[in-house]
Ligand binder design. Structure first.
Ligand SMILES: Cc1ncc(COP(=O)(O)O)c(C=O)c1O
Length: 544
């Protein structure tokens, strides 16, 4: 946008047609090319400098102070700033007050530094700006997407070479779909499962067309339920709400002492439904491969067998743990995932892709027909348009990022990251157990663990068989851990998250625990010891 008056200092800007034309990329114009490169450099190096200088997680400024700075609700008629100053503002004012999730001291959530090449790959898909909803706006990109979907499907299901030859570019079948994230992947899986169960029948043209009430009537059903351990992700409840099943019908099954779904409780529940609630049907059993809070993996083989015997859709939520399949050393932890009818995996978690990318896969290449939609102007029957079988409409070409990343890393490259996370988590757990002031609550199975501050004298008191005393001490520990986590977060040098669990040793007590996700390859034991030291210091200064 050009200056209204070059002599004025305030650089008042106006919107004009020439300026508008200039902001669209035209590669034949050298000046435009130079501007593009200059600003890309500014962004990449500016942000790089920011990450180097701001090793902290956040700046000290409080949220309420920040929100006072952002109260302007009127869109200015004239342009306010040039690109250069917008970029400068973003780097100087926004980035330092965002969260430095790339810091190796940020170990609280399922987010971390990403390989630098992801920025390049994201830039390419932005520059190409393909819309994979239909071939007419994506062409080869949709074909690449089908190929990468088949690659990940093969990682999960290990079907035969001839199976993949038949389906990799088959326009009639679908092995899965890219989604916005794990939430929409889970919703898609259960949407497919619902429609595949309540297909057209006598007197009803199926649930998708006639709705849940007509389908229930036609199938003589009063209630559909989904069974999942009580550590299931809350996106399953959203699916329950959206699909008309009702989120109260996502039934929480107990967990065993290792935080895995309690198989006996599951079997009892299935039996009870079958024997005593004839009009209740089980839509799906969900196994979790890497629970959000504890990182544990349900016994997928057993679940697969139970679902096959009872003819129930078996969905595995591997949003977190899925990429463990690339590690030769640890893929056995997900044994049985190949029995799943559907699987969720997130790209923006352990594939280290930029926000946001999820995926859902199906064992049966025809089952996604249950959610097919067509329109006259796109997604015509028989076309390869990927929008035919997807929850989203317009969609970016995230598949290009994943396909390229898989080429750059290979499964061995990703395995190094996965193995590092799991092994660092194990060493960290040993360090926690070695320290008197801490108590390991859930040891890591993958790369997530929980623990709490619990000094020796309180451990001793907890071990006495006095229920009132246990309740009192647990309450005290909850206060201690909530306070320490908050103070450490506000100090801004490191970050662990906190959640509430019922530890197997004290299932009747809701306990505040500190939760760590070890996925950043730069996080090492020196850093983890510093984080524990800081927590001990905060505890000593506040509670002693
Ligand atoms: C096990 C599991 N499933 C699903 C999700 C939802 O994923 P998203 O946040 O990508 O929607 C998460 C997110 O943490 C998760 O841990």
């Amino acid at each position: 946008m050009k200056k209204r008056n070059t002599h004025t200092k305030d650089e008042a800007l106006v919107a004009d047609w020439q300026g508008v034309k200039r902001i669209f990329i035209s590669t034949e114009d050298d000046a435009s090319k130079a501007a593009l490169v200059k600003y890309m450099q500014q962004i990449l190096f500016g942000l790089h400098e920011f990450l180097k200088q701001n090793v902290g997680i956040t700046e000290e400024i409080s949220l309420s102070d920040l929100s006072e700075r952002f109260t302007e609700t009127l869109i200015s008629q004239n342009p306010e700033k040039k690109l250069a100053s917008v970029i400068r503002d973003l780097i100087k004012d926004i980035a330092p007050n965002a969260v430095n999730i790339a810091s190796p001291y940020f170990i609280g959530h399922m987010a971390s530094a990403i390989p630098f090449f992801m920025v390049h790959l994201k830039t390419i898909i932005t520059a190409l700006n393909q819309n994979v909803v239909k071939l007419e706006t994506s062409k080869v990109v949709s074909i690449v997407e089908k190929q990468v979907i088949a690659k990940i499907h093969r990682l999960i299901y290990k079907k035969s070479e001839s199976f993949y030859k038949e389906h990799v570019q088959n326009s009639k079948t679908a092995l899965g779909s890219f989604t916005e994230g794990g939430t929409t992947a889970n919703i898609t899986a259960l949407w497919v499962a619902r429609n595949a169960m309540l297909v057209p029948t006598q007197g009803c043209e199926g649930v998708e067309k006639e709705g849940i009430q007509a389908a229930y009537q036609a199938y003589d059903i009063e209630r559909l339920v989904i069974l999942v351990s009580r550590l299931g992700h809350y996106s399953l409840k959203k699916a329950g709400g959206l699909l008309g099943i009702g989120n109260q019908n996502i039934i929480a099954i107990d967990v065993d002492a290792d935080n895995r779904i309690d198989i006996d409780h599951l079997l009892e529940t299935i039996k009870d439904i079958k024997n005593n609630h004839k009009k209740t049907k089980i839509l799906a059993v969900v196994g979790i491969a890497g629970t959000t809070e504890t990182g544990t993996v349900d016994p997928l083989k057993k679940l697969g067998k139970i679902c096959a015997e009872n003819r129930i859709h078996f969905h595995v939520d591997a949003a977190w743990g899925g990429p463990t399949l690339m590690s030769e050393k640890y893929r056995h932890l997900l044994g049985g995932i190949e029995l799943a009818d559907s699987v969720t995996i997130d790209g923006h978690k352990q594939f280290y892709m930029p926000m946001s990318c999820g995926m859902v896969y199906f064992k049966n290449p025809e089952i996604m027909d249950a959610i097919a939609y067509h329109a006259n102007y796109v997604n015509r029957p028989g076309s390869v348009d990927l929008g035919i079988k997807s929850l989203a409409g317009s969609r970016e070409a995230n598949s290009l990022i994943l396909d390229s990343a898989l080429k750059i890393m290979g499964t061995n490259g990703y395995a190094l990251l996965i193995d590092h996370g799991i092994e660092t988590a194990r060493s960290f757990a040993s360090e926690i157990e070695r320290r008197n002031n801490f108590q390991l609550i859930t040891p890591p199975e993958l790369n997530i663990l929980t623990y709490r501050i619990c000094p020796t004298h309180l451990k001793e008191e907890l071990s006495k068989n006095d229920p009132d005393q246990k309740t009192r001490i647990n309450k005290r520990l909850n206060e201690i851990n909530t306070t320490v986590q908050r103070i450490q977060r506000e100090a801004g040098c490191s970050f662990v998250s906190r959640t509430i669990l019922k530890p197997p040793a004290m299932p009747e007590h809701e306990s505040v625990v500190l939760r760590c996700v070890l996925m950043n390859p730069m996080t090492n034991m020196t850093i983890l010891k510093e984080i524990l030291d800081e927590q001990e210091e905060i505890y000593m200064s506040c509670f002693n």
